[in-house]
Design a protein around this ligand. Sequence first.
Ligand SMILES: Nc1nc2c(ncn2[C@@H]2O[C@H](COP(=O)(O)OP(=O)(O)O)[C@@H](O)[C@H]2O)c(=O)[nH]1
Ligand SMILES: [Mg+2]
Length: 305
Amino acid sequence: MDVAALTARAVDAYNTSHTFARDVLSHRLAVDDANAAHALVAIVTLLAIVVAFRVVFGVGGAFAALASGPGSRSKTYKPAVLLLGGKGCGKTALWQGLKYGEQRFRTTTSVEANECGDAVVVGKNSRGREVTKSHVRVVDVPGHAKLRKEALRELARARAVVFVVDSVSFASERKEVAKFLFDILSDESFQTRKIPLMIACNKCEKLTAHPPDFIRKRLEREIDAARAADAGSLPEMAITAAQRRANAVAKKKRDKYRTLCQRPGETFTFDAFTKASRRPGVVCDRVSAMKNQLAPLCDFIVRVT
Ligand SMILES: Nc1nc2c(ncn2[C@@H]2O[C@H](COP(=O)(O)OP(=O)(O)O)[C@@H](O)[C@H]2O)c(=O)[nH]1
Ligand SMILES: [Mg+2]
């Protein structure tokens, strides 16, 4: 049913109940002031409209769906596979590969997310059988450092995260790459919702590309360093006792996730992290958007969606 028809029905329902309130309810409820009965029915009708929208459009998003128009249901509500990573690592190229099966347009640095709800992904399931998944929602999140906070906010509605790394420039950019990954790993939604993670080492067809094992180990080392640096960061400013207490509570909550489930002094590894947090293992594999070598990425998406 489209939004216009639904709205017409809601208006009809409101008019009917309003007439009922005016003519019948005010007598039945023995309310002297008929306006009180009208107000009661108006509130009940509005609640019924909200419930009806939630049933039709899914939990939590009726008004967002209205704002973005009909047909946007899957766009707004289906949890997405997020392509995250620094600028220029190949997120948009991978997104095109998943959506079209080829590179259709030249990519430019963008501040807008590319979003599709209709990628057809062919991969293997955990038992090795080939499976096709259609209508997979994949979001290519802009990687510019200035948009990092918005990118991290996307984790609240993520089904899985594909962290894309440029395997060629990795050695020179490893600190920044690791810091971004550390921010993802220590995100509250990422940890509490146990969001599956893949590290996609892109541009693997290049001779100068670093292998996934090397990237994984260097990332572990750099994440460890980022975690240590974070633990020693300056405390927030507080003047009053109430501010100090609020800061202490916020810091405790933040530290809970930023330890990455490791005991003090323990070195960070992806395996230790997944074991301690009882989550699916972190996949680290090579892909190439240019050569359309996306099999490990497709397998991951098929497995987690
Ligand atoms: N050689 C090679 N270049 C790639 C590959 N994937 C992306 N690129 C190039 O890397 C540059 C940045 O890609 P883009 O998708 O815009 O990166 P984004 O900023 O992460 O979205 C573009 O010039 C792409 O053509 C790949 O697999 N191999
Ligand atoms: Mg891009």
